[in-house]
Design a binder for this molecule. Structure first.
Ligand SMILES: Nc1ncnc2c1ncn2[C@@H]1O[C@H](COP(=O)(O)OP(=O)(O)OP(=O)(O)O)[C@@H](O)[C@H]1O
Length: 285
């Protein structure tokens, strides 16, 4: 066996990916290589470009640079599946009809869904504990139920690369674990490649093989969770001091309280200086 055999194949490569809205560049010089079967966590403050990067990877926003499959071709509609952050839920559409939209990329011109498409949709709904909602309209769901239905639609597409934009922001802790474990199971069993933008840094670290930290449209760090979640780096990029602890073998990031400035109080106030961080040597090219 050679070293090449041991190196996971690339699922997707982005090179010098850039996006500008109304002439303002919000994503710049993004170079990423996704390995087949890996989970890449996207983290970064509000507005740092996580959603824009995901949308650029699927071609939903005009971008410059390149996105190509590991095999070298341009991604087609069945290659990447995106679960958007705030999708439109069409009024009157039932849950099963909505999840079946995930099969659209697999249908030929003017073809309607087959029995096997319906089976895929029902199976995904069942695995997410949503089968009893199948006949309900999507507007008749709670926020968390609706979010799981949107995830179900993305999973029903059965694409080899799954892009999730804050997939658990509306979910209680039990459903968060249920959804993330299901995605992780698909990753381990079927070699699904996952990119998930998440705000909870501990949860992102728990599932990701690597974390990509975005800062104002650029990649500030890319590496293992332990490498990227350094107190200094996270405090600087997020503009607030944090502490990183290890609990039961997992990293937990908690905001540190700002020390109130008192007249005559001894010692410095540990406020982070919000300057552009030095790019650490974490494999970012
Ligand atoms: N349609 C748009 N038109 C103009 N500017 C936009 C548009 N969408 C996003 N932006 C800007 O692009 C930047 C990146 O936004 P993006 O939504 O990618 O950030 P994000 O990291 O996903 O943020 P959040 O964590 O708040 O979801 C922000 O400054 C945002 O205001």
């Amino acid at each position: 066996m050679t070293t090449a055999d041991l190196t996971p194949a690339a699922a997707l490569r982005a090179h010098d990916l850039r996006v500008a809205y109304d002439g303002t560049e919000v994503l710049r010089g993004m170079d990423l290589e996704l390995r087949t079967g890996e989970w890449l966590g996207l983290i970064g403050p509000n507005g740092s470009g996580k959603s824009t990067l995901l949308r650029a990877l699927v071609g939903l926003v005009p971008s410059s640079g390149s996105v190509e499959l590991g095999t070298g071709g341009t991604p087609g509609p069945t290659d990447l599946s995106l679960m958007p952050q705030s999708p439109e839920l069409p009024p009157g559409m039932t849950v099963v009809e909505y999840v079946l939209l995930g099969r659209t990329a697999h249908l030929g011109w003017l073809r309607s869904e087959s029995e096997s498409d319906r089976r895929v949709a029902i199976d995904v709904l069942r695995r997410l504990g949503l089968a009893s909602f199948a006949g309900r309209t999507v507007r008749q769901l709670s926020g968390g139920e609706a979010q799981r239905v949107v995830i179900a639609r993305a999973l029903a597409q059965q694409s080899p690369v799954l892009l999730l934009d804050e997939p658990t922001s509306a979910l209680d802790v039990g459903h968060q674990v249920e959804v993330l474990e299901l995605v992780d199971e698909l990753r381990r069993e079927d070699g699904l490649t996952v990119v998930a933008a998440m705000h909870d840094l501990g949860t992102a670290a728990r599932y990701a093989d690597r974390l990509a930290l975005l800062d104002r449209g650029s990649l500030a760090a890319l590496g293992s969770p332990a490498e990227v979640l350094s107190e200094d780096l996270v405090s600087r990029v997020y503009g607030h001091p944090v502490r990183v602890h290890e609990l039961d073998g997992h990293l937990v990031v908690v905001p540190a309280p700002r020390v109130p400035r008192r007249t005559g109080a001894p010692g410095p106030v540990p406020l982070p200086v919000r300057t552009r961080p030095q790019r650490p040597d974490l494999g970012v090219s």
